[in-house]
Write a protein that binds this ligand. Structure first.
Ligand SMILES: Cc1cc2nc3c(=O)[nH]c(=O)nc-3n(C[C@H](O)[C@H](O)[C@H](O)COP(=O)(O)OP(=O)(O)OC[C@H]3O[C@@H](n4cnc5c(N)ncnc54)[C@H](O)[C@@H]3O)c2cc1C
Length: 211
């Protein structure tokens, strides 16, 4: 039984980005989705930041003197809807873990960076690109071009759905000012990534996925 109020204890850590250029000291806590709201409410005065797998070359997932929330999956956080061509995925899930579910079904993520060890949260936050970045058709663009919607946790732990165009940007400030969870509306189910089939031109002799 998960107690959402019971967050794991933070530990001291020296963190850097993938470039290993500028290590800084912080409190590191590994937290899953169920415990995230409680962990955010317990952030120290110095604040905190989300961290995925730390593959960013720079230092964007560090918080010197503050707390770093390393998002980890809590089990089954990948749901595929083959008919819609979408996947609903937890932010702490890596592209590696997602591909292990997708590829046997004949699917692939539309945008892949040079490593599969990045989280979905990190991929969205950095709006990562692949080799199809400048393609202007359905198969091109950056990661964000293929995200249907996402659920964003605000600083007060409120979860809001983003990406449907239903709210004006100032709405988030109004929700925070209200300090009332109800002001954010009902908790919406997330819709995940928009997936495309793996397709190769006929002259490339790679077998097509089964229909
Ligand atoms: C070998 C290698 C090859 C790469 N190739 C490419 C490439 O081809 N194209 C490309 O675009 N990038 C590439 N990258 C960079 C990498 O894809 C991005 O930096 C990506 O954001 C890293 O994801 P991460 O999970 O490791 O996030 P982190 O490095 O841990 O964090 C990156 C940013 O995302 C934020 N973040 C992470 N999780 C969340 C969350 N749940 N909610 C909110 N914010 C969050 C962090 O605060 C931080 O600002 C490469 C990196 C490596 C090491």
């Amino acid at each position: 039984m998960i107690d959402p109020e019971a967050t794991p204890a933070p530990r001291r850590a020296l963190l850097s980005g993938w470039g290993r250029a500028a290590f800084t000291s912080c409190e590191l806590i590994e937290v899953d989705a169920e415990h995230l709201a409680a962990a955010i409410k317990e952030l120290p005065a110095r604040g905190g930041i989300a961290r995925g797998l730390g593959r960013s070359y720079g230092d964007p997932a560090q918080c010197a003197g503050g707390r770093v929330l390393r998002l980890v999956p809590s089990g089954d956080e990948i749901t595929i809807d083959p008919a819609a061509g979408t996947a609903t995925v937890g932010a702490g899930v890596s592209i590696d873990e997602l591909l292990r579910v997708l590829v046997p079904r004949g699917w692939f993520v539309p945008v892949t960076p040079g490593t599969r060890y990045v989280t979905i949260g990190g991929a969205i936050a950095s709006d990562i690109h692949g080799k199809n970045h400048h393609q202007t058709d359905t198969f091109g663009g950056s990661f964000g071009n293929h995200v249907v919607s996402l659920r964003l946790m605000l600083a007060d732990g409120t979860l809001v759905e983003v990406g449907r165009g239903a709210r004006k940007p100032a709405w988030a400030a109004d929700v925070l000012a209200a300090t009332d969870r109800g002001a954010a509306g009902p908790t919406a189910p997330p819709q995940g990534l928009f997936l495309v089939e793996v397709k190769y031109p006929d002259h490339i002799y790679i077998s097509q996925p089964p229909p």
